[in-house]
Design a protein around this ligand. Structure first.
Ligand code: IMP
Ligand code: MG
Length: 198
């Protein structure tokens, strides 16, 4: 399946490699909607009778979180944290190689102490970022802590960390869309697409 939203030049490592309508759809918007509804049902059942706070990791998880929370029939609210990795493509060879050394750029607005927290992330890759965030949020002493990720790339894991809720397990490919970016581009694509050559 090919995208046909807008015709924009696509750059891979500074080299023109096509246009956005050459991106290949890996997971369609219909598949995403179906799976997010299932995850919402599962979370609703698992947390019956509880008040839950969803904590999204900016910016990649914003789209997933906004769809997911509307599929959850619970007394719930949400907040966001922002993180920035110290790693960059020039130092680490590849845009998706994170060092795991993460800096908090935005903290939660309200205390998480004694709350049932569900952290919402776009993708679990090496696990370095999530391990850092988990350690940080556990410092707030929540009553319970669970993790929901839209995508899981287990083949790249460096640290043994798992999500409690996984939308889709995907192969070792660089993906964009539905919140995920390549150098801040393509977050608004409705489907999850593979960027060729990255
Ligand atoms: P980790 O520390 O390697 O698990 O990195 C997780 C973070 O890397 C995610 O929150 C994303 O920001 C980014 N990332 C990893 N893989 C991809 C991808 O395929 N597309 C876009 N971003 C990715
Ligand atoms: Mg991210």
């Amino acid at each position: 399946m090919r995208l046909n939203h807008f015709n924009e030049t696509l750059w891979c490592k500074g080299v023109r490699c096509g246009s956005v309508d050459e991106l290949e759809v890996l997971i369609s918007r219909e598949q995403i909607a179906g799976r997010v509804a299932e995850l919402g049902k599962q979370i609703t059942a698992d947390s019956a009778g509880e008040t839950v706070i969803f904590v999204g990791v900016l910016k990649g998880a914003a789209v997933f979180l906004s769809d997911l929370v509307r599929e959850v029939k619970l007394d719930a609210t949400f907040d966001f944290i922002g993180v920035a990795s110290y790693g960059n493509a020039a130092q680490h060879g590849n845009i998706w190689d994170s060092t795991g050394e993460v800096r908090l750029t935005k903290d939660v607005d309200r205390s998480l102490r004694d709350k049932n927290v569900i952290l919402v992330e776009d993708i679990l890759d090496t696990g370095l970022t999530l391990t850092f965030i988990k350690r940080l949020l556990l410092g707030h002493q929540p009553r319970s802590f669970r993790v929901a990720v839209l995508l899981d790339k287990p083949s790249r894991r460096k640290l043994a960390i798992q999500a409690d809720y996984v939308g889709f397990t995907i192969p070792d490919k660089f993906v964009v869309g539905y919140g995920l970016d390549y150098a801040e581009q393509y977050r608004n694509l409705p489907d999850v697409c593979v960027v060729p050559g990255v």
